[in-house]
Design a protein around this ligand. Structure first.
Ligand code: ATP
Ligand code: MG
Length: 419
């Protein structure tokens, strides 16, 4: 890890679109710092996800500095102006102090300040509380660089106070520890266990975002095992024991949050009588995931316990249900689940042969559609779907050729009970 800081070289290749943003602010006489995750990641020698800028320019001053740019003003009340530079969005935020927190979540007020150190003091962890200016160098009032070197997550200030202000920080500490592969400082760790119940008051959407990153981090197993009590508060319906039990294996699954969550659900399902699919769906719904994630998680949870298909037609049915990527994930999960790669290897060999021919595996791939079957077979309503499914069945099992003529002709033999 590069830690010889302040080191101008580290900031040599700032993306092109950031430069004018810094230039405009500095040219108008304001301070301009890169701040937060991007400073942390560059210091680690990692490409940042995005670059945030902080400045002493007040919101209305930022508006005039960037008057010739396309801007998005939705965050302006909280001091954030999104500036579109060469087509990329850059968030520029006025140095800010958060007022008292009313509900363990939201500051009741924010006020602006001229002091970058005060802005850094409202941030969650020392490694996230650093700012770098091309003119003024590194601002690191809380020892973030040292903690980066020690690979340590440490709260800025008192952990109990900081977690009472915003309970989500408890989970963010675990997320950063998992993703950065850092340890958590003793006092911060104690407060995490002691204050975990604050997470109950946090919106599920915010929880799920952090949880997803945590589950895919390099230290996911370690964090799940050491903080099973805390994660069980986040993943409602899954006990600390289940999290502990699944912690080791999770890391050998692909880094896909839904897949890993499905695995945890699969192994905790037996405990309350639901099927694995029902249990995974319930857990995801409580986490307010997208409906696509509910579907994937429940499908994965049920498939994990099933042998991979052997017959060509069964492989094709699976292809109709899962994307190519998910099919590979499923096969990889089976390797972990069965502790033997032979089943997956055979399956992937067969699957690739079948997929290479690009067969029809879905109703949408049939050479006829709903209107055709309505007209030819005289079916209506739900019978249309049943008829198309019957045709698909014929195509998948290779009783029927997927051509318009063959399918329309087959409708002459449509079984009565489907009509
Ligand atoms: P990533 O690379 O995952 O985006 P990040 O550090 O940029 O990591 P963000 O969630 O994007 O994390 O937040 C940006 C910065 O805002 C953080 O580095 C931190 O300084 C600050 N921050 C974000 N959320 C909080 C919070 N809940 N409490 C205090 N500071 C926060
Ligand atoms: Mg970020």
């Amino acid at each position: 890890m590069i830690l010889s800081f302040p080191n101008k070289k580290m900031f040599k290749n700032i993306p092109e679109y950031i430069i004018p943003v810094l230039d405009e602010l500095e040219g108008a006489g304001y301070e301009a710092y890169l701040v937060g995750g991007c400073v942390r990641d560059r210091a680690r020698g990692v490409v940042p996800n995005d670059y945030d800028v902080t400045t002493n320019a007040k919101p209305h001053e930022m508006q005039s500095v960037f008057s010739s740019y396309r801007v998005i003003e939705t965050g302006l009340k909280h001091g954030t102006l999104t500036v579109v530079s060469s087509g990329e969005c850059v968030e520029v935020t006025t140095y800010r102090i958060d007022g008292k927190y009313a509900d363990n979540r939201h500051p009741t007020s924010v006020s602006f300040t001229d002091d970058v150190t005060l802005d850094l003091s409202r941030r969650d962890f020392t490694v996230n509380a650093m700012a770098y200016s091309r003119k003024l160098g590194l601002c690191d009032p809380f020892g973030g660089m040292d903690d980066l070197g020690r690979k340590m997550i440490v709260c800025v200030g008192s952990p109990t106070e900081r977690f009472s202000e915003d309970g989500l920080r408890i989970l963010r500490a675990l997320r950063f520890a998992s993703v950065l592969e850092f340890a958590i400082d003793g006092e911060t760790a104690d407060a995490i266990h002691a204050m975990k119940d604050l997470l109950r008051g946090i919106s599920k959407e915010r929880i799920y975002t952090e949880l997803g990153k945590l589950l895919c981090g390099g230290y996911a197993s370690r964090i799940m095992s050491e903080y099973a009590d805390v994660l069980s508060v986040c993943i409602e319906g899954v006990s600390p024991e289940a999290i502990e039990k699944t912690s080791r294996v999770v890391a050998s699954l692909e880094a896909d949050a839904v897949l890993r969550l499905a695995y945890i659900c699969r192994l905790s399902a037996d405990m309350d009588g639901d099927t694995p699919a029902q249990h995974a769906a319930a857990v995801c719904k409580k986490l307010k995931t997208s409906s696509a994630d509910v579907k994937r998680a429940s499908l994965f949870a049920s498939l994990m316990g099933e042998m991979l298909p052997v017959e060509k037609k069964d492989i094709k049915y699976l292809m109709g249900k899962l994307t190519a990527e998910d099919i590979r994930s499923y096969a990889a999960v089976r390797t972990v689940f069965t502790e033997d790669g032979a089943e997956s290897e055979r399956f992937i060999g067969e699957y690739e042969k079948i997929a290479a021919a690009d067969p029809c595996v879905k109703v949408s791939g049939l050479a006829v559609g709903g209107a055709d079957v309505m007209e030819k077979a005289g079916v209506k309503g739900q019978a249309v779907g049943r008829t198309l499914a019957w045709l698909l069945d014929g195509v998948i099992c290779e009783r029927l050729e997927n051509t318009r003529e063959a399918l329309l002709a087959a409708l002459d033999d449509l079984p009565e009970e489907l009509k």
